[in-house]
Design a protein around this ligand. Structure first.
Ligand SMILES: [Zn+2]
Length: 351
């Protein structure tokens, strides 16, 4: 056994053969804890699957995911852009989905379910089809119609349109998983491990990055990047974790608005659907990572993201989604306070 699962709420420990991603005792979030010495050198990394020694083992080594480009921006030579729309379904979600769907298959499930604001359902249903699993997705009625069409027609997923936001969809997906004995995917431990590959890749592409700016929806990506760098530091590969800077939409910012470490539900109203989350699952981990890295949390308005979406298209010729340029809108606001190289994650381009 290469890892175990620990509950972040009650501390209970489970073996890697535990088939659920939430605690069987209390329903809390489980976290993957690696055991023993890991045989890994960064110089051997030239693709996503070279990172496998750092990941929960599985049978998923087939598909091309990750290892997206890190390019110098047109704005400044100190600003680097990680182009996550190069993933198969055009968002960083694929890194987590490929691991989750493979885990579902490894555990013998024939169906997988998730709640989504759009991109995760798109990504999960894509990989479920590749791995030969059925997929059910719970998604708000107000979601992007083109994404819905592809999820149903191209990826053959069963679509459950619900009246309500992402938090409601999450509850309904969890109920469905329990009722039907289906693997519950989403912003849980295996997705987090898959998404942590962004951190490993960033370090392997440029070991001088001092700041990383990321949009925050559920906070999984943010806490995953923190975990990746922390592991590299523990393995004496990286010297320190960069300053982690999180961006939320001003009309959907429960983490930025947290007081005394307490996050309260906020009804999301932003047009940036990929980060429209009212109560982020990994909110507490985000607050911890910001504190530990002397990072920063800030908001950007929909208007600012729309302007940056246009600027990005003009500069690079690529149409990305609103959440993807949240990091650029944030950089423009705080660049005078940043020292050294900054990496901004351009998270997706599903339109
Ligand atoms: Zn527990």
């Amino acid at each position: 056994m290469r890892y175990q699962l620990r509950c972040l709420s009650c501390g209970a420990v489970f073996s890697s053969s535990n088939k659920t991603q939430t605690c069987p005792k209390c329903g809390g979030l489980l976290e993957v804890e690696y055991k023993g010495k890991i045989n890994f050198t960064l110089s051997s990394v030239s693709g996503f699957w070279d990172l496998e020694p750092l990941m929960p083992n599985g049978m998923y080594r087939h598909y091309e995911v990750g290892f997206t480009k890190l390019i110098e921006s047109r704005e400044s030579k100190d600003l680097l852009l990680k182009l996550e729309f190069e993933n198969p379904t055009r968002s960083f979600k694929d890194r987590g989905s490929v691991i989750e769907v493979a885990k579902a298959k490894e555990y013998g499930y024939d169906e997988i379910v998730c709640a989504s604001t759009g991109n995760m359902a798109y990504s999960i249903s894509y990989f479920a089809k590749l791995f030969g699993l059925r997929a059910a997705v719970f998604i708000s009625k107000g979601a992007n119609k083109d994404k819905l069409f592809d999820i149903r027609s191209t990826h053959d997923a069963e679509l459950h349109l619900i009246n309500g936001d992402f938090t409601k969809a999450q509850q309904e997906a969890a109920d469905y998983a329990q009722r039907r004995n289906v693997f519950l995917a989403g912003d849980y431990c295996y997705r987090k491990e898959g998404q942590s590959t962004i951190g490993f890749e960033l370090f392997s592409q440029n070991d001088e990055i001092e700041n990383i700016i990321m949009p925050i929806g559920n906070g999984t990506l943010f806490s995953a990047v923190y975990k990746a760098y922390s592991r590299l530091v523990a393995m004496h590969i990286a010297k320190r974790v960069p300053r982690l800077i999180g961006v939320q939409a001003s009309s959907s910012a429960p983490i930025v608005h947290a007081k005394g470490g307490v996050i309260k539900y906020e009804r999301p109203r932003t047009l940036a659907d990929a980060i429209a989350v009212g109560y982020p699952t990994y909110g507490n981990q985000v607050l911890k990572a910001v504190k530990e890295t002397k990072g920063l949390l800030l908001t950007v308005t929909d208007k600012e993201m729309i302007a940056w979406q246009r600027r990005f298209y003009q500069a690079y010729g690529i149409q990305v989604e609103l959440a993807a340029v949240a990091s650029l809108a944030a950089y423009a606001k705080i660049k005078s306070k940043l020292k050294g190289k900054t990496a901004a994650l351009i998270t997706g381009a599903n339109l």
